[in-house]
Design a protein around this ligand. Structure first.
Ligand code: B3K
Ligand code: ZN
Length: 852
């Protein structure tokens, strides 16, 4: 397995200005005839090297004649004398046998493609690198009865009958694009059609293609698409550029969705929704992913990446764009809290573990392993910080300049930062370290007050932890939004400041501080750092009450909880009174909205508690968290019951209604922690009377971890009702895998042989395996049985779909954080994985790096 290095980048030897494909589609035997117009790039005598993956050439021609070619491993090497030539290759594929779901494959009778990152080479021989851009013309032929709909990128230019029950369609995409954005779909699909008029008055035909029976579930995705199109015009000045925009939903998909030019292909879980089958967060996720893929049309398609080390150029930026969109569509404060929760739960551990890598990695073995929380979510934080540093107006000028300058090009992260600098005049020299240094910075803060001088002094210091291959890092530029608040008055002292911490230590002075100040720092989580603040007695309690910055206020409440939880986990007694008082204050407040209340009442996850301990002790963490939950539940039983009793009509998807439902299930869960009998009854009633999936799933989640007769009845009823709806059946698997019970491991092992379980469908596999591995207390069973189960599942799926397998390896990868007995068991399973014969490159990279 060879490592690829960023420093080795070289421009392509040959360019491919245009491509014509003729594809005869059949699940058992598809033939692809591709004609690449190639031109020599620069003055050199090197042969044309085309990548292939599981491809055998049936024929190779250059300018119509037999060609001089050899295979070098998987590459087809063609000798060409002239500077320009037409290279024609023909290959045969078996889409029905493609279990990797990369390239051309079959999903429930639909033929579809997935090319990012290196899937095009499974369809045709091609340079298959993102800096080779071509105009594509695609002629597809297929059986009309089985595949009445034929789609590809761009515009439909002609179609017709081909005899023998076949028909054909010709699609041309006028925009040059890299091969990873190529797409084709053939299937028995129905469209939900709509139209959109762009800001310059152009008409765009929109269609979401699904199976007939799913058509009623596409309304929300369509509304989200139109909202995203409008938002991108208003916020970034970006207009859609083709006359068609198609979305197709398929059931078997390795990740969320794919931004192929003019033809986005989606995992059906990010398209299909109705009140009866999808939760409010499913609805929100659909809006977010539809927007994300649409936004890629500019940040990804019009301006693409030079090489895969630049992946965050499109992904970090596009995640930031979709986060901003969702914030504008609902509550910005709650959206920020949710985004930071994801960052801390997924990215911070990655940055602190064996797979840590910079936002712009230096090296990889398998690029698919670098579609990570670091590239995506930390990458988005980098864009957010630049906006904070530059201000909204200069940031917009910077993005305009970036799109303007690089339209039609394959660009780099450096190009993006330079556009921001050039448009604003702000020097981002030091800021660039965010792209090259891995690890979450740690900031220490200490505020002192001089009452006589009416000043306050804030001492700040930063350090960047070592990560694999990186030690002794330089201080970074950290934008910290900071304010002081009077602890007596509860009023802000002066204006909020943006502190740009760029040195290892610094001191900031505040004047006019006549009363003892509370420190509100890193407001709105302006820098993605870990913060250690020396707090005075009562400071957090007060901040949780009065901080006008909703994020900082939420944080203060969470810090209060951490104190109790961490003390409990290390066997110390802690006073729960401040937490209970804060929770009471939240519940009775008539100014806080229900969605914020539900955030403030949610305890930090067990994994996040573990991240703050020297050694993760899953048992102690679980006990401590359970103890605090039952204390809150029994102290505030009546208030929680009152909050649980308030519902909202299931069809109402306003932010307010969604907030009410969210609070309802959070309250139910705490209430059940305090009084399991009462909780079970309330949960069963909520389940039985629910007119929407949010209430139903919320109730089931609570029942899942209880020992009560209601539990089984509810799970059975749910199964019988939804057994034919695969997306809902995923929830049935997921909820059981996430249940906090002593028998969860047994249940999960049994579910792996349930007739509805299959390793062929990534959603189903992740519903069971992914949720179990995220269930800290149960997964880390001291017997090691959970680890063994996971390793078996990874090895099992690796044979058919390495990408799915590799994504789950990180659950074993942080073994060094566990106490020695568990650590040894985890390490042993990783070793067993690494030593397995026939291991994929994907899993090998993740497992071997985790052991290093
Ligand atoms: N760009 C795709 C991800 C492709 C993952 C390839 N292993 C979806 C997205 O981020 O929008
Ligand atoms: Zn993306």
């Amino acid at each position: 397995h060879v490592a690829i290095h960023r420093k080795d980048y070289r421009p392509p030897d040959w360019l491919v200005p245009s491509i014509a494909l003729e594809v005869d589609l059949d699940p058992q035997r598809t033939t692809v005839r591709s004609r690449l117009m190639v031109t020599r790039n620069g003055d050199h005598g090197r042969a044309l090297r085309l990548a292939g993956d599981e491809l055998t050439p049936l024929e190779v021609r250059v300018d119509g004649d037999d060609a001089d070619w050899v295979m070098d491993g998987n590459d087809l090497v063609v000798t060409i004398e002239r500077d320009r030539a037409e290279v024609e290759t023909t290959v045969a594929l078996v889409p029905a046998a493609n279990t990797k779901l990369m390239g051309l494959y079959a999903s429930g009778g639909i033929l579809c493609t997935q090319c990012e990152s290196e899937g095009f080479r499974r369809i045709a021989f091609h340079p298959d690198r993102p800096d080779v851009l071509s105009v594509y013309s695609v002629r597809m032929t297929a059986d009309r009865a089985c595949f009445p709909v034929l789609l590809a990128n761009g515009n439909l230019v002609a179609a017709g009958e081909a005899g023998g029950g076949l028909h054909w369609a010709q699609w041309d995409d006028p925009f040059p694009k890299p091969s990873y954005l190529f797409a084709m779909v053939a299937g028995d699909l129905q469209p939900n059609r709509d139209r959109f008029t762009t800001m310059s008055g152009r008409e765009v035909e929109l269609a979401i293609w699904v199976r007939q029976i799913d058509l009623p579930k596409t309304a929300h995705a369509m509304a989200s698409l139109k909202a995203a199109m409008r938002w991108d015009e208003e916020t970034y000045g970006r207009e859609y550029d083709l006359d068609l925009f198609n979305i197709v939903a398929v059931d078997d998909f390795n990740f969320g969705a794919m931004e192929n030019k003019g033809l986005n292909i989606f995992n059906s879980r990010y398209v299909l929704a109705d009140q009866d089958t999808a939760t409010d967060s499913d609805f929100d996720n659909i809006a977010g992913v539809v927007a994300h893929e649409y936004f890629h049309n500019w940040s990804g398609d019009r301006v693409t990446c030079r090489d895969w080390f630049q992946l965050s150029l499109k992904e970090g930026f596009t995640v930031f764009r979709d986060q901003s969109f969702s914030a504008d569509m609902g509550s910005a404060a709650v959206k920020r809290i949710d985004d930071v929760r994801v960052l801390r739960a997924a990215q911070f551990p990655e940055d602190a573990g064996p797979l840590a890598h910079p936002v712009r990695p230096e090296t990889y073995i398998e690029i698919t392993n670098f579609y990570t929380a670091t590239v995506y979510n930390k990458g988005a934080e980098l864009i957010r910080m630049m906006r904070t540093i530059l201000g909204d107006e200069a940031y917009r000028k910077g993005s305009d300049l970036y799109f303007d300058r690089h339209d039609g090009q394959a660009a780099t992260c450096e190009d993006f930062v330079r556009a921001m600098e050039d448009a604003s005049g702000v020097d981002l020299g030091q800021f660039r370290l965010w792209y090259s240094q891995a690890g979450t910075p740690l900031v220490d803060a200490r505020l002192s007050h001089d009452r006589d001088a009416a000043t306050a002094t804030l001492e700040l210091s930063q350090s960047i932890p070592d990560t694999p291959g990186q030690t002794g890092k330089a201080p970074m530029l950290l934008p910290l939004r900071t304010a002081l608040i009077g602890s007596d008055s509860g009023e802000p002292i002066g204006e909020e400041r943006l502190i740009l911490l760029g040195t290892a230590t610094t001191t900031v002075r505040f004047d006019g501080v006549t009363e003892p100040p509370l420190l509100s720092i890193n407001r709105d989580f302006s820098a993605p750092v870990n913060l250690r603040v020396e707090r005075r007695d009562g400071e957090l309690e007060r901040l949780a009450e009065v901080d006008p910055d909703p994020f900082a206020r939420y944080e203060a409440g969470q810090e209060l909880m951490y104190r109790v939880l961490l003390a409990g986990a290390s066997g110390e007694a802690a006073d729960t009174a401040p937490v209970i008082a804060a929770a009471r204050g939240t519940l009775v407040s008539d100014t806080l909205d229900p969605a914020f209340k539900s955030e403030a009442l949610s305890l930090p996850a067990e994994s996040l508690i573990g991240d703050r301990m020297q050694w993760v002790d899953p048992e102690a963490i679980h006990r401590s968290r359970d103890t605090l939950r039952s204390a809150i539940g029994s102290e505030l039983g009546e208030l929680l019951a009152a909050a649980q009793a308030v519902g909202a009509a299931g069809h109402d998807l306003s932010p307010k209604a969604k907030g009410i439902r969210r609070l309802r299930s959070v309250a139910l869960s705490l209430m059940a922690a305090g009084d399991p009998l009462r909780g079970a009854a309330a949960a069963k009633a909520q389940f039985d009377l629910a007119d929407n999936m949010t209430d139903r799933q919320g109730a089931l989640l609570v029942l899942a971890s209880l020992d009560s007769p209601e539990r089984e009845a509810a799970f059975d009823a749910f199964y019988i009702r939804y057994r034919d709806d695969s997306l809902v059946l995923d929830k049935w698997f997921a909820l059981q895998a996430a249940a906090q019970r002593l028998d969860t491991i047994e249940v999960v092992e049994k579910l792996a042989s349930h007739p509805d379980f299959t390793v062929r469908n990534p959603n189903r596999w992740r519903a069971l395996v992914g949720n179990f591995a995220a269930n800290q207390w149960c997964f880390h069973d001291p017997s090691g049985r959970g680890y063994r189960f996971l390793a078996d599942m990874i090895l099992g799926v690796d044979r058919i779909n390495p990408q799915v397998a590799a994504r789950q390896v990180s659950s074993l990868g942080r073994w060094r954080r566990l106490e020695p007995v568990r650590a040894a068991l985890m390490q042993a399973e990783l070793e067993r994985i690494v030593q397995s014969p026939g291991l994929s490159r994907d899993v090998f990279e993740q497992a071997s790096k985790s052991l290093a």
